[in-house]
Design a protein around this ligand. Structure first.
Ligand code: SAH
Length: 251
C-alpha cells in the first residue's frame, strides 16, 4: 500500500463515480479516500461499483470542506482537464505521478479531483500547489472522473515500482519539515490582515494578489521554521511584537 497518499473527491454528484474511484484506487495499491460534501453517499450504487473495494468505501473520510480534507498535508496537487492561463506550476500525469510518489515518501500528500460538471473551482484550485493534467485528444479533454482517478493512480503505482528515490533526506528537526496546508493558510490570513492594516491593496485586486502569493509560497515549499520567521517579521511590522533586542557587542 502507498500509505501517505489521499485521493480527494470534491462534491461528487454520481455515487457510481465514488464506487469506481474506490475500485481504481485499490487496484493500484491506494486506500485513503476523502469525500468532500458528496451528493449521495453512502449509497448502494457506490458499493456496487466498488466491487471488492468495499473496504476503501467503508474507511472513506467524509468532510464538509476541502480545507478539512487537506488538513496535515504538505503537498497538494489538483487535477484539471483544462490547463488554464494561471501561474500555477503544471505537470502532466506521468511527471505528476512521479512527484506525488516522491513527496509521499516524506509527508502527507493529497491529489484532488473536481466535481463532474464544473471541475475544480478557482477557490478550490487555490488550495493546490500544483495542477496535473492527463494529456488527451484536443477534441475532447474531459475524462470521466473515476477514469481520471484510474490514470493517476496507475501513474503513482508505476512511479513507486520504478523505485523513485526520496526527494531529500529526512529533516533532522521537526521545525525543518514542510509547513502543512493549514499552517500555510494561517500565513496567508496573516499576510492579508497585515496588508489591509498597511493599506497595501488600495486599488489592487486583492484576490489576485493573494492568489499570486499562494503560488509563490507553494513553489517555495516553506518549512515550519521559515514560516515562523515570516510570521514573526509580519508581527513586528504590525507593531504587535517588539523586535528582539540585539545583544550589545563586547569588544
Ligand atoms: N467539466 C469539467 C471537467 C470535470 S471532469 C471541466 O471542463 O473542467 C471531473 C474531474 O475529473 C476533473 O475536475 C478532474 O479532477 C478530472 N479530470 C477529467 N479530465 C481530466 C484530465 N484530462 N486531466 C486531469 N484531470 C481530469
Amino acid at each position: 500500500m502507498l500509505p501517505n497518499i489521499r485521493i480527494v473527491l470534491v462534491k461528487t454528484t454520481h455515487p457510481g463515480n465514488i464506487g469506481a474511484t474506490a475500485r481504481a484506487m485499490k487496484n493500484m495499491g491506494l486506500n485513503r479516500l476523502y469525500l468532500v460534501a458528496p451528493t449521495d453517499f453512502p449509497s448502494f450504487e457506490a458499493s456496487q461499483r466498488a466491487s471488492s473495494a468495499g473496504d476503501v468505501l467503508e474507511q472513506a473520510v467524509v468532510v464538509d470542506s476541502l480545507q478539512q480534507a487537506l488538513h496535515g498535508c504538505a503537498f497538494v496537487a489538483g487535477t484539471t482537464a483544462r490547463l488554464r492561463n494561471v501561474t500555477w506550476p503544471q505537470l502532466d500525469a506521468r511527471t505528476g505521478g512521479e512527484r506525488i510518489f516522491a513527496e509521499s515518501r516524506q509527508h502527507e500528500v493529497a491529489l484532488v479531483f473536481g466535481s463532474e460538471r464544473t471541475g475544480l473551482l478557482n477557490d478550490e484550485m487555490e488550495l493546490c500547489q500544483y495542477l496535473v493534467n492527463i494529456p488527451t485528444s484536443e477534441e475532447y479533454a474531459s475524462l470521466n472522473l473515476a477514469q481520471a482517478v484510474q490514470v493517476m493512480c496507475y501513474e503513482i503505482l508505476m512511479a513507486s515500482r520504478a523505485g523513485m528515490p526520496a526527494m531529500k533526506a529526512e529533516p533532522k528537526y521537526e521545525l525543518d519539515r514542510l509547513a502543512s496546508t493549514e499552517q500555510l493558510d494561517g500565513l496567508y490570513a496573516h499576510i492579508f490582515a497585515a496588508m489591509q492594516q498597511f493599506d497595501f491593496f488600495g486599488t489592487r485586486n486583492h484576490e489576485q494578489v493573494m492568489r499570486r502569493l499562494r503560488c509563490l509560497f507553494g513553489r517555495a515549499r516553506v518549512s515550519v521554521r521559515e514560516l515562523q520567521i515570516l510570521r514573526g517579521m509580519i508581527k513586528v511590522a504590525q507593531g504587535k511584537r517588539a523586535p528582539p533586542r540585539q545583544k550589545p557587542k563586547i569588544r
